[in-house]
Design a protein around this ligand. Structure first.
Ligand SMILES: [Zn+2]
Ligand SMILES: [Zn+2]
Length: 250
């Protein structure tokens, strides 16, 4: 729905389910943007969290309470957010590699290399379709490639351009953090990943979590599209300041 360094929230719906991955915008913004894409927030049945950084959880308490939505996260994430997000309607523990079924939806968390307590990303399956998600990871591990193989749609982090990061305004330690193996994926690393997992059945690629200071949408798109040339996938960028249109799988 919306993504970038200033807040992340992904909406996924199937025949009978509607879920969020992350809730890193205010409740008002998330509700407003859901309505903007024709979704009543009251329909949401679950919120899955990737990790405790505020751009992923800042609105989770309020939206969970307002619409009585259960929240699913790893124990490590929950320990970190427990105090700041207040009472959640219900919290359910998830474990990397343990799939979970909600109606016609299967959600499979897997571990990501990120500077957070117990971070995960997700593979989501429904009716024979597979969606591969990978945001907030400092490097592409063999596990990430394995999880994203054969997906119909990929939601992948394209955080920064290396040259812009080096020349950018951040203090040196923060630059090192972003570039580290537990930081964020550069446009180049994202493109490599897309080249490795792309295939003839790939329908959509959505570039996620773009830095507002160290990236340009055109640059991210250009770098990714080079690697996607052999594949039929349509490439779009998740928007930060408004709702990204829904991406249909068929
Ligand atoms: Zn993070
Ligand atoms: Zn993030």
């Amino acid at each position: 729905m919306s993504s970038g360094s200033a807040g992340n929230c992904i909406y996924i719906e199937t025949g009978d389910q509607a879920i969020l991955i992350d809730a890193g915008l205010s409740e008002r913004k998330m509700s407003h943007r859901l309505r903007a894409i024709g979704v009543d927030p009251g329909r949401l049945q679950a919120i899955f969290l990737t990790h405790e950084h505020s751009d992923h959880i800042s609105g989770v308490g309020p939206i969970s309470r307002k619409y009585k939505i259960p929240v699913y996260s790893t124990q490590g994430t929950y320990r970190k957010i427990e105090k700041q997000c207040g009472n959640l309607t219900e919290w359910k523990s998830i474990v990397a590699e343990d799939s979970l079924c909600l109606g016609d939806l299967t959600v499979e968390p897997y571990s990501t290399p990120h500077d957070a307590e117990e971070s995960v990303a997700f593979v989501v399956r429904s009716n024979g379709y597979k969606l591969g998600h990978a945001t907030d990871l400092g490097c592409v591990t063999p596990l990430v490639k394995e999880k994203l193989q054969g997906a119909d749609a990929l939601l992948v982090e394209s955080n920064h351009d290396l040259t812009m990061l080096d020349a950018g305004p951040y203090p040196w330690p923060l630059k090192q953090r972003i570039k580290s193996n537990t930081g964020h994926l550069s446009n180049e690393a994202c493109a490599d990943l897309l080249g490795a997992v792309g295939h003839s059945g790939l329908q959509w690629v959505v570039l996620m979590h773009l830095s507002q200071k160290c990236n340009l949408p055109e640059l991210a798109k250009m770098t990714a599209s080079e690697e996607l040339k052999p594949f039929p996938a349509k490439l779009i960028l998740a928007r930060q300041d408004e709702a990204t249109p829904l991406v249909p799988l068929y």
